[in-house]
Design a protein around this ligand. Structure first.
Ligand SMILES: O=C(O)CCC(=O)C(=O)O
Ligand SMILES: [Fe+2]
Length: 319
């Protein structure tokens, strides 16, 4: 059985059994043809539009669905912790020990086909629920067709610097949909770079969506509030492992937008012929002769790419 299908069936059955009866009575089952098992969402939650096109839906995802989603994230991002393959959230150091692939945090993304059945439909449902409370989001949410799932894991000291999401990581005209699980996080945001910083606390089960005029929202994960996960949420995996904070984003984007698959390439962990120059790891030493593979400039720093193409990769390092 192909890997994606294997994981799909495994996680979908876990999701189905994770939702208790009591909760089923008070929440609405979002179902769909491909949504085996279904996801429970509290549709009575209304969104707060923090900026035109930026909506926060507190506790939209009830605890049982939070737990199921967390297990899904840990399963998918831990799937390929095998030497020679994509390391998911992990990478193997020289001493052969596995560690998170981005220091105090970890990042992973790949085609939505690698995620279990129902994951894509959940992203679509979340976008539509947010659009009830933002005229700005209606068009972008109607057209939303997520093709990539991205999973971030933060330890208690993990952060992400200020940035706007590139168009090669989500189409310009489509929203970015994010679910928050585990420890709460302080999410910094502003419409433009020079606007005053604002922040909102995102608790486990909260969803945010930004699109339309807020598609280029400048945002950051300022800090994690350690040990604030709801008591009923458990870290999947070994007993005693901290829950930490996980964010899941659904992204409507594909190779036609210049997306490189998968996250290992963008993090500079592996380089393939598809890796964009700006994601190549920086090295020193100028060399002349070959034209730059990125922009055809005549001088390259390593025989392949020019300094400008190397430098374009730099800002990604701050993430
Ligand atoms: O995890 C978060 O809160 C932010 C994630 C994010 O901005 C990203 O992955 O681009
Ligand atoms: Fe982002």
């Amino acid at each position: 059985m192909p890997q994606a299908a294997r994981w799909g069936s495994k996680v979908a059955s876990r999701v189905a059994t994770a939702v208790p009866r009591e909760e089923a009575a008070s929440a609405t089952l979002i179902s769909g043809e491909a949504c085996a098992g279904g996801w429970l969402l509290d549709e009575s939650v209304r969104g707060r539009e923090l900026l035109p096109g930026f909506v926060h839906l507190p506790r939209l995802i009830p605890p049982a669905s939070q737990q199921a989603l967390l297990e899904l994230a840990f399963s998918v991002a831990g799937e390929s912790r095998t030497q020679g393959q994509s390391g998911g959230w992990y990478r193997q150091e020289a001493d052969e020990k596995w560690s998170l692939n981005d220091g105090t945090k970890a990042r992973f993304w790949d085609s939505i086909s690698r995620f279990p059945t129902g994951f894509r439909e959940l992203g679509i449902a979340l976008a539509k629920l947010a659009a009830r409370d933002s005229a700005e989001l209606r068009g972008p949410a109607d057209a939303f067709d997520p093709r990539v799932g991205a999973l971030n894991y933060y330890t208690s000291t993990g952060r992400m610097g200020w940035h706007a999401d590139d168009y090669n990581f989500a189409k310009k005209e489509r929203p970015i949909v994010m679910a928050n699980l585990g420890d709460a996080g302080e999410f910094g945001f502003k419409l433009r770079k020079n606007d005053p910083d604002q922040s909102v606390r995102l608790n486990s089960g909260d969803v945010i969506v930004f699109g339309g005029r807020a598609r280029d929202l400048v945002h950051a994960m300022l800090r994690v509030h350690p040990d604030t996960a709801p008591s009923e949420i458990r870290a999947p995996g070994a007993v005693g492992v901290r829950v930490g904070r996980t964010s899941i984003t659904w992204r409507d984007v594909g190779p036609e937008d210049g997306l490189t698959f998968n996250s290992d390439e963008r993090l500079g962990l592996t380089v393939t012929e598809n890796t964009l120059p700006k994601y190549l790891p920086k090295r020193g030493g100028a060399s002349r002769g070959a034209a730059c593979r990125g922009c055809k400039a005549s001088s390259t720093v390593d025989g392949q790419y020019c300094q400008k193409c190397w430098d374009a990769w730099g800002p990604q390092q701050q993430r």
